[in-house]
Ligand binder design. Structure first.
Ligand code: NCD
Length: 467
């Protein structure tokens, strides 16, 4: 099977079988690096890194050179025409006419999706704001698989800035799909965003439990755990006794502890660094003496700052430099596949813990916009051509998910384009939670950010509007 011309914008762009096949190819690349040196001869990779990077950029560029290809690069927005107000769609079209593949890192969430929509060549997301970083996830999974063979059934703790860290966002979807149990250990106020948790609990077959709500933070543990995601493969016939099942999971220890740094550049509103560091969990030898970490792989996407002490570097459980080194064979395999220089065999029946859901789409010329100020669809240079687009992920309550950044909208007022039939006097808006509103077909749905907006667009309240 060929993966030629595919994009990797989100980790969900690759199925479990495709990821496994990519890992087998990465093994091949690592075992016989010399034999790969002509695979991508004549191909050019555009390396566009508009945020700081060491590992991701240099491993991608090395990977392309090791495959016999060449690299063109731009690493400073200020030195490109984006600084003159050019849109990223125009940039994508232009770069797409020079190169054979684009690797992009950009501070706006959803930027890689836009580049993929316009470039006409394969695009790899090397990190878009706080959103996703799928190739880091490939390195992480590859490391876990190398050390522990299978991912299914493992208990993985995610630690630190779960709110802004894009690596953990891509990682949890992959871990859930592969059947791991996930423990959430956020720094204070840095919990996994609600939209990520909702997706986890609706689109995968496991079960999410919030420890805070259950008022059961285990006292004796050093773990600042606040939620747990149990897969169907977890031994939780105890599900009816959630307190016990969580205690059982904790006692069993963790197979990997995935540490992340405080993303100080992404905090909104800007908070003093000292304030933020207060209470940020630090992983050191003392913590890792705990029984629950006896067999734990200590992982980190790097760079580290203060959250993981240097004394850990000589500990055999520490994996972070291996993770970075695996970036080379993994990215070589990815480039070779997307450039069509290699093909893979995918098992016919794939083992996945994801549910396939085809959500209806909400897209209108005017009206609601994504509420995330960092979403690509809200940027001055991009609003000229990007039409906000959402997936309708729930009708009760009504929830729309931005297709660019995954942030959610919870509109309170809606109308139907069918029922008012263009007649002004029939233009009525309703409360989104009324039974009447729920009957509106997705293709006829009109949503309003507020009553004011509904009225500004000449809609009048119906008897199904709560005032
Ligand atoms: C991460 C990133 O850029 O998101 N680094 C990386 O690519 N390995 C993690 C981080 O910056 O904290």
């Amino acid at each position: 099977m060929t993966l030629a011309n595919r994009n990797l914008v989100t980790i969900d762009d690759l199925s479990n079988g495709e990821i496994e096949a990519l890992f087998s190819l990465a093994d091949e690349m690592a075992n016989s690096p010399k034999e790969q040196s002509e695979l991508c001869q004549g191909k050019i990779m555009a390396s566009l890194f508009f945020e700081p990077s060491t590992r991701t950029r240099l491993s991608f560029e090395t990977a392309m050179l090791r495959l016999g290809g060449r690299v063109i690069s731009a690493v400073d927005i200020g030195a490109t025409s984006l600084a003159k107000g050019e849109s990223i769609a125009d940039m994508a079209k232009v770069v797409g006419s020079y190169a054979d593949i684009i690797v992009i890192r950009h501070p706006w969430e959803g930027a890689a999706r836009v580049v993929a929509d316009y470039a006409g060549i394969p695009v790899i997301n090397a990190g878009d704001g706080s959103h996703e970083h799928p190739t880091q996830t490939l390195c992480d999974l590859y490391t876990i698989r190398k050390e522990r063979k299978a991912i299914k059934g493992l208990r993985i703790a995610l630690w630190g800035d779960l709110k802004h860290g894009r690596t953990v966002h891509s990682l949890i979807y992959a871990l859930a799909r592969f059947g791991a149990t996930i423990l959430f250990c956020p720094g204070p106020g840095l919990d996994m965003p609600e939209h990520v948790l909702r997706r986890l609990s609706t689109e995968y077959k496991g079960e999410l439990k919030k420890c805070k709500n259950l008022n059961q933070k285990p006292e004796r543990t050093l773990f600042p755990i606040d939620a747990i995601y149990l897969t169907p493969s977890s031994p939780h016939q105890l599900a009816m006794l959630p307190d016990i099942s969580i205690q059982v999971e904790l006692k069993a220890g963790v197979d990997a502890l995935y540490v992340t740094r405080l993303q100080k550049e992404r905090q909104t509103p800007v908070v003093k660094e000292q304030e933020l560091k207060k209470g940020y969990p630090v992983v050191d030898k003392k913590l890792l003496k705990g029984k629950e970490f006896r067999k734990a792989l200590v992982m980190h996407p790097l760079p580290r700052v203060d959250e993981l002490t240097y004394e850990m570097d000589t500990d055999p459980r520490s994996m972070y430099f291996k993770q970075a080194a695996y970036g080379l064979p993994v990215r070589m395999a990815l480039l070779a596949l997307l450039l069509g220089a290699k093909e893979v065999t995918i098992p016919e029946k794939e083992d996945s813990f994801a549910r396939k859901i085809d959500y209806p789409v909400y897209k209108r010329e005017s009206g609601v916009r994504c509420l995330n100020p960092n979403c690509v669809s809200n940027q001055e240079t991009e609003v000229r051509y990007i039409k906000p687009e959402f997936k309708i992920v729930s009708r009760q309550p009504l929830i729309l998910r931005c297709i660019y950044c995954d942030h959610e909208l919870h509109p309170q007022y809606v109308a139907s384009s069918e029922w008012h039939q263009g007649k002004l006097e029939n233009k009525k808006y309703h409360s989104a939670d009324s039974h009447f509103a729920r009957k509106i077909k997705p293709e006829n749905l009109i949503v309003f950010a507020s009553e004011k907006e509904a009225q500004a667009r000449q809609f009048k309240p119906s008897s199904y509007t709560k005032r």
